[in-house]
Design a binder for this molecule. Structure first.
Ligand code: SF4
Ligand code: SF4
Length: 114
């Protein structure tokens, strides 16, 4: 069991999750590609399932792995790559941005088919 960052984070990297994680287990791709997008990733082996990031994420992009929506199923193995291919990732750092409006959150979900 671990928590999973979904594609709802893409283009919205405000790092509010990084600020609250007690074990510093968020990562970013060193050189983002279409297959490894510019967004946050959670280390399956380091996450302690505290759930703090779910509440903190203003884009509602994080789920417990048992709750990941079916249309975002590919995001679970994508997060796991930051354990199996660690050389491709750096630790995420906290770089705060202004939170989105409720309308922006809803539009982002619609954009990704949720
Ligand atoms: S559930 Fe807790 S430990 Fe896991 S990524 Fe979120 S804040 Fe970090
Ligand atoms: S708080 Fe949510 S949207 Fe922001 S960087 Fe973390 S996972 Fe992405």
């Amino acid at each position: 069991m671990a928590h999973v960052v979904t594609r709802l984070c893409q283009e919205n990297k405000d790092t509010a999750c990084v600020a609250v994680c007690p074990v510093d287990c968020f990562y970013v791709a060193k050189s983002p590609t279409e297959d490894l997008p510019d967004r946050l990733y959670i280390s399956v082996s380091e996450c302690i399932d505290c759930g703090a990031c779910i509440e903190a994420c203003p884009w509602q992009a994080i789920y417990a792995d048992s709750d990941v929506p079916a249309q975002f199923a590919d995001d679970t193995p994508l997060n796991a790559r930051c354990d199996t291919e660690r050389d491709l990732f750096d630790k995420a750092v906290n770089e705060p941005k202004s939170p989105p409006s409720p309308e922006e959150v809803a539009a982002n979900k619609t954009k990704w088919g949720l």
